[in-house]
Design a binder for this molecule. Sequence first.
Ligand SMILES: Cc1cc2nc3c(=O)[nH]c(=O)nc-3n(C[C@H](O)[C@H](O)[C@H](O)COP(=O)(O)OP(=O)(O)OC[C@H]3O[C@@H](n4cnc5c(N)ncnc54)[C@H](O)[C@@H]3O)c2cc1C
Length: 411
Amino acid sequence: MAGPRDAAVTVVGGGAIGTAVAYFLASEGWEDVQLLEAGLVGGGTSSQAAGFVGQARPTVERARLAMASAKEYATFERRTGYPTDWREVGAVRIAMSETAEAELRVIAETARVTGLPVEFLSPEEVRRIYPVIERTSDIRIALWSPTDGYLQPTSLVNAYTQAARDLGVTFASHAPVLGIDVEHGAVTGLVTPQGRFATEMVVNAAGPWAGALARLVGIEMPVVPVLHEYFVTEPAPGWDASLPCLRIPEIQTYARGEMGCMLCGGFENKGTSLDPTEVRIGDALAVDPNWDVLGSFVSQLERFVPDATDLGVSTVFRGWPGFTPDGRFIVGPVSGLRGFVMAAGCNAHGVSGSAGIAMHLVESLLGDPSPYVRSLSPDRFLPRAWEWSQVRRQAQAVYENYYPMPQTAAS
Ligand SMILES: Cc1cc2nc3c(=O)[nH]c(=O)nc-3n(C[C@H](O)[C@H](O)[C@H](O)COP(=O)(O)OP(=O)(O)OC[C@H]3O[C@@H](n4cnc5c(N)ncnc54)[C@H](O)[C@@H]3O)c2cc1C
């Protein structure tokens, strides 16, 4: 792997979003692109993700972004030779109440507009598609999305990296960006432990550290790291890799099979966030598993899957995806500082949405981006004197309402 160098474009951060951006920039003809990563490429939040790629969404633009991404993952290996380990297993989303059913109907209507195939399932049909669900009395109705699926996030990052490298992008690990040079309102270079290098464009894809990186150029971006975790059990009968993705918003729990084991996680009602102003470049952001939270997901799941709590835990995955106070990605150039571009604020969609985010980023750098891409611009947050406790509360609320009801849908 090369070291940092002078480059026209520098992508900072080697997670799913940074590697996707590097690949899409190069495949759209951008030249002289490098990616700098503080640790190991793929070693950040992306290494912990569960890999769910959900396309059935309440809003049209988010659904389109997810569908465009899923298409990329399904065809990436054929086009580039590098596997994303995409599995089109489908997804089941269960409604337990009238309100949740209404939400499913909004999602189904959005799917109709975007052309995503979905159908409603009765409790008996859920049982047929998802045999480990033995208890169906709490199921009112479910939505089946047959073209949904999941991938292996490390495979995805690796695939983007290899494909980008084939297009001439260089990658440097252990190259934290510690300073950014600005002259006359434009980015001119950056500083790493290996030295100072010239660059005309910095793309901030630093995940939960994106706020710290933006601070290097005097910009306060509201990217709040919010804790998220799930676990994988010991081998569990019936939890094959071919089982569909399962989401039960009312108990805020998700599950799927992971090589013969059960993967189970969720979005708790009371999230935990870090003060973004205290996150520094290079902070490990390590955290112990919260067994109370993990235990609550699986005990809720027992309403559908008997004996789920009896399965022994093999591994806990956890990390701090960056959430924004409005629940939207931050994608595009900062108008007041030429050459400084954001690709952050994943809101825990950064693996599933990485391809779409990167495509939107490329679009934002061209002449006439769509209204949706414009709406993701970092300019919406600038200039702003943030009340940080409020920013944290709002970003946490986005996490806590990850499975949104229509009127609060993050887009
Ligand atoms: C437990 C868990 C489960 C999840 N499940 C899913 C899922 O099923 N589907 C989904 O879509 N999303 C999921 N997510 C969210 C997903 O992981 C994130 O949205 C995604 O990984 C964000 O990618 P990223 O590239 O922005 O961040 P990261 O992967 O964190 O990459 C950022 C990189 O930037 C580097 N960096 C930071 N500062 C600097 C600097 N100054 N110089 C150089 N490098 C720097 C870091 O070292 C890091 O490698 C999950 C997250 C967690 C924690």
